[in-house]
Design a protein around this ligand. Structure first.
Ligand code: AMP
Length: 317
């Protein structure tokens, strides 16, 4: 199997052959839109349902839990691997982003993923610049959208392209990128895309750190520091469960993070999970604590659901 489509020196199988070969050989790796379309059509002709897991590769157990979640819903799973340039701003880590296609395919074989769609940049963007793109609604302008103003337009556009190329019945997205999950779900509803979005909970390391492809770029010391992100998310969650007002729980979280040398906080907020508007102290219900911080050169995010009891419960306590 070639690790780079540009360097492929063996003939790429056509989609029909790939469909026939899939079960015995682990995931079939396809690089062109024509191949994956033929592959999926062949599955459809057999009456099989199809799932898609869009990724940027450098796969880890978090990605595998998406594959496993989709496998429970459909007959065949396609994993796309594409480091999408349009969701990176100049100066972000597009060039440094790990690219490990061969190892990714081996990992996917362990969970029985059927196919990998790993297009080249020119396959996805033959015109170079995008002439058309999808803009997120209001929730996409806050937090990740504020720090990275072009990020969500790039991410939504490539997700839409991938959905149009593969035409899956189900597509899985991780709660790890909670704002992205909400925006993709909104896009599918608003644009009447014929696919069901399957949300998948965050997979964490045994010590609590949310698994991320970017963790590989942390030094040993930075990884220890990065643990304070998940500890903070948990602490805020516990504060809320114990009846703290959102403003109090947020203050506890921020002071925990700021007390750690080596962490540069971008944001920490408790938000209404659909609108991403910060929750006021007089509301009750399920909200989301979201945070982003830089540890060394690496920007990391984390989040968790929090239950807010509301002011009455606290007074009565
Ligand atoms: P990425 O390759 O980082 O673009 O991620 C591809 C998909 O995997 C996205 O839907 C992510 O939210 C999801 N994902 C990444 N890390 C995790 C994790 N630790 N747990 C669950 N889903 C994840």
């Amino acid at each position: 199997m070639s690790t780079s489509p540009e360097e492929a020196d063996t003939p790429i199988p056509d989609g029909q052959a790939a469909a026939d070969a899939a079960p015995a050989l682990g995931p079939v790796v396809m690089h062109s839109i024509a191949e994956i379309r033929t592959y999926v059509s062949a599955l459809r002709e057999q009456g099989l349902t199809v799932g898609l897991v869009p990724t940027m590769g450098a796969l880890h157990a978090g990605h595998l839990s998406l594959v496993e979640a989709v496998q429970r819903e459909v007959d065949a799973v396609v994993v796309s691997i594409f480091v999408n340039p349009t969701q990176f701003a100049p100066g972000e880590d597009y060039d440094a982003y790990p690219r490990t296609l061969e190892a990714d395919a081996e990992l996917l074989a362990t969970v029985g993923a059927d196919a990998v769609f790993a297009p080249t940049r020119t396959e996805m963007y033959p015109q170079g610049e995008l002439r058309t793109s999808i803009l997120p609604g209001l929730p996409g302008r806050y937090f990740e959208g504020k720090t990275r103003p072009t990020h969500f337009a790039g991410a939504l556009t490539v997700v839409d392209k991938l959905l149009n190329i593969v035409q899956p019945d189900v597509a899985a997205f991780g709660e790890k990128d909670f704002q992205q999950l909400v925006l993709v779900t909104n896009m599918v509803t608003d644009l009447n895309l014929p696919v069901r979005i399957l949300p998948v909970p965050i997979r964490r390391d045994t010590d609590g750190l949310a698994l991320s492809s970017r963790n590989a770029r942390l030094s040993e010391t930075e990884r220890v520091t990065a643990l304070f992100l998940s500890k903070t998310v948990l602490a805020v969650q516990r504060q809320c469960a114990d009846g703290a007002l959102p403003s109090e729980a947020k203050r506890v979280g921020i002071s925990l993070l700021e007390a750690q040398p080596g962490i540069e906080v971008d944001y920490l907020e408790i938000v209404e999970p659909q609108t991403f508007v910060p929750v006021a102290d007089d509301v009750a219900g399920t909200a989301r604590v979201i945070l982003a911080a830089r540890v060394g050169q690496v920007r990391l995010i984390d989040n968790a659901a929090v239950e807010i009891a509301g002011p009455a419960t606290k007074e009565n306590a």
